[in-house]
Design a protein around this ligand. Structure first.
Ligand SMILES: NC(=O)c1ccc[n+]([C@@H]2O[C@H](COP(=O)([O-])OP(=O)(O)OC[C@H]3O[C@@H](n4cnc5c(N)ncnc54)[C@H](O)[C@@H]3O)[C@@H](O)[C@H]2O)c1
Ligand SMILES: [Zn+2]
Ligand SMILES: [Zn+2]
Length: 447
């Protein structure tokens, strides 16, 4: 049995905690007749084992709790985090679990206790499920809600838990995701934001995760007027973090990646940005030495990690990870630490799962580096402000969107996005309920 599934078996043996206000492990309506509404079936993308996902036809979900909202999904996407789920790096997935944590849709049905919404409302969901009234929710730190995830292993391993998340394994509660035609949103009165008429789905969708996450990377780490910022990873999160770093007044922003077309994508859309392709470094050069050379010799003020801990650069970490001697490489974080100026700030937004070896704690301590875990981003803290910024034209999420695809083709889209092929940066996944493409949206591409 693969590691991901074995971890869930262990969780079942230990048993969940009792803190959650919403049912756990509701990852597919086909798994229990009480969760299924036989009036309609739906297409949904299910995890079927390491590196395998499949579109399945299952019953549409039913209201099972008073605060549930059932959405007709009109848009979803694939996130860098879905790559970690696909690979089994984020543990505790079970075969048949429906994925997708970024989605928007139209309210179709509601439980008796839902207030503030009505059938037909166009809404976007936050990727985390917040209860709305615990300590963290009262402070809008929704990603750390204490009442929607009762996973015992996460609590023991981390010394605390994150909130429940859609389509993000049983490690975060076990909730069916929105890469589907319908989705059930627990605590729907709290986790849905109405989209105004001047914000089409193709822009509003990204409030679910990528916009809030990139914004959080920038403001939580701290980017100020005149800063030099280096960003590891030129995927969707890195691109929007670059956009936001400039918005916050950064003097220079340098994007680092090993995929040349992604760096070209940035240069084309953000002529002010600078890029560093680490595969083109000369003998004796490192990312750190190059960044110092590109500046005043001291290094950037800020480093943002928008890549992930599972992507080892060298053989040593590759083997350590393969052998289970560590879960995440320290190479990127060490690069950030040795790159920034003394007392510089480093923020980690890319996903890290567990433990790492060979961490350069000496440089961190001696040079006064501030290393910040940005956390799963608290969407509720930012989404209203970010929505207003879209309306004011300060942000254009379509800048990172390269493809419009159909849910029926999403297996192939996962493979292409994972392989960084076909120039695929960020996708908009349409369903049978989607409106025609808005102005500026890429045309539909079928696979
Ligand atoms: N904290 C949160 O709330 C949150 C939310 C969403 C996504 N994420 C995470 O953010 C990360 C980025 O997401 P994305 O959607 O942009 O993913 P992505 O996989 O499309 O992009 C990651 C990029 O990092 C690059 N990369 C890999 N190794 C690198 C290295 N050594 N140096 C520099 N670049 C390297 C890859 O080539 C790729 O272009 C993922 O780990 C994702 O899970 C975190
Ligand atoms: Zn995500
Ligand atoms: Zn809460």
């Amino acid at each position: 049995m693969a590691m991901s599934q074995a971890a869930y078996k262990a969780e079942q043996l230990i048993g969940h905690d009792t803190n959650s206000v919403t049912a756990q492990d509701v990852t597919n309506p086909a798994n229990d007749p009480a969760w299924a509404d036989d009036r309609d079936t739906m297409k949904a993308l299910a995890w079927m084992g390491k590196n395998k996902v499949q579109v399945v036809e299952v019953p549409r979900p039913k209201v099972i709790e008073d605060r549930d909202v059932i959405l007709k999904v009109t848009g979803s996407t694939v996130c860098g985090s879905d790559r970690h789920l696909l690979h089994g790096t984020v543990v505790e997935l079970q075969k048949g679990d429906i994925l997708g944590h970024e989605f928007c849709g139209v309210v179709d049905e509601m439980g008796a206790a839902v207030t503030g919404l009505k059938k037909g409302d166009r809404v976007v969901a936050s990727f985390q499920i917040a209860c709305g009234d615990c300590y963290y929710c009262k402070n809008k730190l929704s990603s750390q809600c204490e009442k929607t995830n009762s996973n015992t292993i996460e609590n023991a391993m981390y010394g605390g838990r994150t909130a429940g998340m859609f389509g993000y394994s049983h490690f975060t509660g076990g909730f069916a995701g929105g890469q589907a035609e319908y989705v059930r949103v627990p605590c729907g009165d709290t986790n849905l934001l109405k989209l105004p008429d001047d914000v089409p789905d193709e822009k509003g969708l990204y409030l679910s995760d990528v916009l809030a996450t990139s914004w959080n990377a920038v403001v939580d780490t701290g980017v100020y007027e005149g800063d030099v910022v280096a960003i590891w990873g030129a995927g969707p999160i890195g691109v929007m973090a670059l956009d936001f770093a400039f918005l916050q007044g950064a003097k220079r922003v340098i994007a680092i990646d090993g995929v040349a077309w992604r760096l070209d994508f940035i240069k084309e859309r953000y002529p002010r940005a600078e890029t560093l392709d680490f595969t083109k470094l000369k003998k004796g050069e490192s990312v750190s030495s190059k960044l110092k050379e590109m500046g005043d010799g001291r290094g950037p003020d800020v480093a943002l990690e928008c890549a992930a801990g599972e992507y080892a650069k060298g053989w040593a970490h590759y083997f350590e990870m393969m052998l289970g001697a560590e879960t995440d490489t320290s190479e990127l974080v060490n690069e950030m630490i040795t790159s920034v100026r003394n007392f510089g700030r480093c923020g980690i937004t890319g996903v890290y799962v567990g433990f790492t070896n060979h961490f350069n704690i000496g440089s961190l301590m001696e040079r006064g580096i501030r290393l910040i875990g940005n956390g799963q981003a608290p969407v509720h803290l930012y989404w209203e402000k970010l929505l207003a910024m879209i309306q004011e034209g300060k942000i254009d999420p379509l800048k990172m969107v390269t493809h419009r695809v159909d849910l029926a083709d999403i297996e192939k889209v996962y493979a292409l996005f994972d392989a960084q092929d076909d120039g695929m940066q960020k996708v908009f996944v349409q369903t049978r309920f989607s409106a025609p493409p808005c102005a500026g949206s890429p045309p539909l591409k079928r696979y």
